[in-house]
Write a protein that binds this ligand. Structure first.
Ligand code: PLP
Length: 398
């Protein structure tokens, strides 16, 4: 049994006036949601409670905390804030990693069931699905998520459509509204990995998704210092099943990590605004660069996902794809030549980073060998550009 979060957050708008108030913007909610009650002398930030167990006698009452693998008050402010940002009726459910959250979503698929997901989803998500196929006879269908007709044809008889948009690392953009409607009409459960877009970029629940998952590790926490995940849903029954999964499997989040994630969340809007602007500017300059073969970023008018992203998202994200002229060797040399950009996996931190994705044997083989995934951070764009431009010249010997 888990306890329900105790809803200890203050109202999102002061209630002194009876005049109708405009809804608060997401940027404001990221700052204001999940705060302790405004009591005289009370803290403005929630405390971290380090306790594995709670005083308890007899039968557990509703709302009573019992044991930290099941529930702890230290999760609640973050869970509340994330649900507020995603527009969810239920509190979010935080996990020890994005993959733990994704595993909880896959638990909805029965043995012998069917899952449809993008062929360029995060490689470990694809690996998880393959493991379900091998061990539980699940039919896993990989689709080009940008091809709406292909996805709709594939979801006939499916138990779960897991959408990533934009995809990692190819940045394909799905027609989210169309896919979510089609899945609902066919009774297919839908989950959207909203890690790349963030709740500020798109709100899948409002478009009809059953579940949203996040690697909180990335933009939500934002500082490359924690690994966390979360599930968000409007559906009380699904939420209860996800919480039960968390309790059973034990992939729980540590209190300090969740506290850090909430602190990171406070600056989400500023970080996303700055990193998106940087990414769009760097993408624009790269398209005109003589040492560049191809650039992918939905902000580019020539990008296959541009029109759709402009219609369905607010903002174009901060990850871009780059293929330098000269192939894989030049791509590897570029990763070595940068001095400011950090050569590292992951994304969504304040610092800019890059890596060649096919260095992982497990990466999808339809991802080009020379594709670099760039996660653009919040540094000064001129510094980022100077370093990248210099590294391109060094890598190509030009
Ligand atoms: N979803 C996406 C889109 C990701 O990029 C990642 C990690 O890179 C994950 C999920 C998994 O998250 P985590 O590394 O927090 O387990």
């Amino acid at each position: 049994m888990t306890t329900e979060p105790t809803g200890q957050t203050e109202p999102t708008a002061p209630s002194a006036s009876t005049a109708p108030r405009a809804p608060l913007s997401p940027a404001t909610l990221a700052v204001s949601a999940g705060r302790p009650p405004r009591e005289q002398g009370g803290p403005v930030n929630p405390p971290v409670v380090l306790s594995s167990t709670y005083v308890s006698r007899g039968v557990q009452q509703p709302g009573e905390l019992l044991y930290t693998r099941m529930d702890t008050e230290t999760w609640h402010p973050f869970e509340e804030a994330l649900a507020t940002l995603e527009g969810a009726a239920e509190p979010g459910i935080v996990f020890g990693s994005g993959m733990a959250a994704i595993a909880a979503v896959f638990s909805f698929v029965p043995a012998g069931g069917k899952v449809v997901l993008p062929r360029h989803a995060y490689q470990v998500t694809l690996g998880f699905a393959d493991d379900l196929a091998a061990r539980h006879g699940v039919d896993v269908v990989r689709v080009d998520v940008a091809d709406t007709e292909q996805v709709i044809a594939a979801i006939e008889g499916a138990d779960l459509l897991l959408i990533e948009s934009p995809t990692n690392p190819m940045l394909e953009v799905a027609d989210l509204p169309a896919l979510l409607v089609a899945a609902r009409e066919r009774g297919v459960l839908t989950a959207v990995d909203n890690t790349f877009a963030t709740p500020l970029g798109q709100q899948p629940l409002a478009l009809g998704a059953d579940v949203v998952v996040h690697s909180v590790t990335k933009y939500l926490a934002g500082h490359s210092d924690v690994v966390l995940g979360a599930v968000v849903t409007n559906d009380a029954d699904l939420a209860a099943r996800v919480r039960a999964h968390r309790t059973l499997h034990g992939a729980i989040a540590g209190p300090w990590e969740v506290w850090l994630a909430l602190r990171g969340l406070r600056t989400l809007a500023l970080r996303v605004e700055r990193s998106q602007a940087n990414a769009a500017e760097i993408a624009r300059r790269l398209t005109a660069h003589p040492l560049v073969e191809e650039v992918r970023h939905p902000s580019l008018p020539t990008d296959p996902g541009h029109e759709r992203a402009a219609r369905t998202m607010s903002g174009f994200g901060s990850v871009l794809g780059l293929r330098p002229r000269g192939g894989r060797e030049v791509a590897d040399a570029l990763v070595t030549a940068v001095e400011l950009w950090v050569p590292a996996t992951s994304l969504g931190g304040v610092e800019s980073s890059l890596e060649r994705r096919r260095r992982f044997a497990t990466e999808s083989h339809t991802v080009p060998e020379d594709l670099l995934r760039l996660s653009v951070g919040i540094e000064d764009v001129e510094d980022l550009w100077a370093d990248l431009d210099h590294a391109l010249k060094v890598a190509t010997g030009g």
